[in-house]
Design a protein around this ligand. Structure first.
Ligand code: AHG
Ligand code: MN
Ligand code: MN
Length: 346
């Protein structure tokens, strides 16, 4: 397991200090990346402060808006989306942003300088769980721009996950955690609300070799391919190959992913025949699958769309969906094997 470190004053490591240390791995980063990550940590603190009191303020429940995903927008979706955009639009660190909540790319306002980084984000993940006080999260991915200067472009946003500079998420759960990787391992920080700082609590997270849970929405099993059904039977020990894994499914990707990362196992949201408009399942490549796959890869795990590494996929659209299998490499590769045997011959 990845036990949290114990605290004494000399080893208090804030996220700022950690990023500065990490930055040595990015000689070209001139402190801008540190400041950008610090802005995201600030956004996380603000969103955490709102979500912990959501029940007391008029920010639970849904708005009247339907987003580009065709989903009802929750008030906290909007609040988180606004918070992240506003904390980053004026800093001169960003060339362009894209959010799950907006159909098109989000340009930097003319009156502000543009910078060299690209920020893609799911402002609030797990919206369907907000009103039930289940864990929710924010997911983000940072790239270097590929366009030369001025306003960032769609091409800046459509980069393969393997080009990512930083992938991270903030989990608003029993405690608020920020987990990120800048390509030099995966590290977890826990918010100490008494001082308003994220402190290093889980250095160098590695997914445990021994898988503990599998995580999938069994409710949609009738919509799965034969290969996914056979893979799930395998995880349940039905073919006698392995001892059954225990099932955990919260329905918030960040929470299901975080448990998989720390406990070992696999999370998957497969392609399904539930909705003809979404033949490849529900999760989005740019701001859900890619950042989490980058983090898992850096923690010794693996992520696939059932056929190939998620991080190799060249995105074609901002909100394109992708099947996601993420966790212990041996389990994800087993899923690929079942899909190869039972589905690819179709
Ligand atoms: P979001 O709230 O950002 O739209 O994401 C919701 C996603 C993800 O958090 C979770 O894994 C999945 O929806 C759950 O979907 P089902 O309810 O179909 O299982
Ligand atoms: Mn989401
Ligand atoms: Mn969301």
């Amino acid at each position: 397991m990845n036990p949290p470190v114990s605290y004494t004053t000399e080893n208090i490591i804030t996220i700022e200090r950690h990023i500065l240390e990490e930055q040595k791995a990015h000689p070209e980063a001139t402190g801008v990346l540190t400041a950008l990550l610090y802005d995201l940590a600030l956004a996380g603190k603000y969103i955490a402060s709102r979500t912990s009191r959501a029940g007391l303020m008029d920010i639970l429940g849904a708005t009247d808006n339907i987003n580009v995903q065709g989903e009802q927008v929750m008030k906290l979706d909007e609040l988180a989306d606004e918070t992240i955009y506003r904390l980053n639009d004026h800093t001169g660190r960003i060339a362009v942003m894209a959010s799950e909540e907006h159909a098109d790319i989000l340009p930097i306002p003319e009156k502000y300088e543009t910078g060299k980084y690209v920020l893609l984000f799911d402002p609030l993940d797990g919206s369907s769980n907000i009103d039930f006080n289940a864990p929710i999260g924010t997911i983000f991915a940072i790239y270097r721009r590929v366009s030369s200067e001025g306003a960032g472009t769609l091409a800046d946003c459509l980069q393969a996950g393997k080009e990512m500079v930083v992938g991270g998420y903030i989990l608003y759960g029993s405690s608020t955690m920020l987990v990120y990787s800048s390509g030099n391992g995966t590290h977890g920080f826990t918010l100490d609300p008494s001082i308003g700082e994220f402190l290093l609590s889980h250095p160098n997270i590695r997914i445990p070799n021994k898988p503990k849970y599998y995580s999938v929405n069994q409710g949609y099993a009738i919509y799965w391919s034969e290969g996914v059904k056979k893979f799930t039977d395998y995880l349940q020990g039905k073919d006698g190959t392995i001892k059954p894994l225990s099932l955990r499914y919260i329905g918030s990707l960040v929470a299901d992913f975080h448990r998989t990362l720390l406990s070992g196992g696999i999370f998957y949201y497969p392609a399904d025949k539930k909705d003809p408009k979404r033949p490849t399942g529900k999760l989005r490549l740019l701001y859900e699958a890619n950042p989490l796959s980058f983090i898992m890869d850096q923690a010794g795990g693996y992520a696939s769309d059932g056929h190939q590494s998620i991080l190799e996929i060249i995105p074609e659209q901002l909100h394109q969906r992708v099947p996601l299998f993420v966790g212990n490499r041996e389990l994800v590769e087993k899923a690929e094997e079942f899909i190869r045997i039972y589905d690819d011959k179709e």
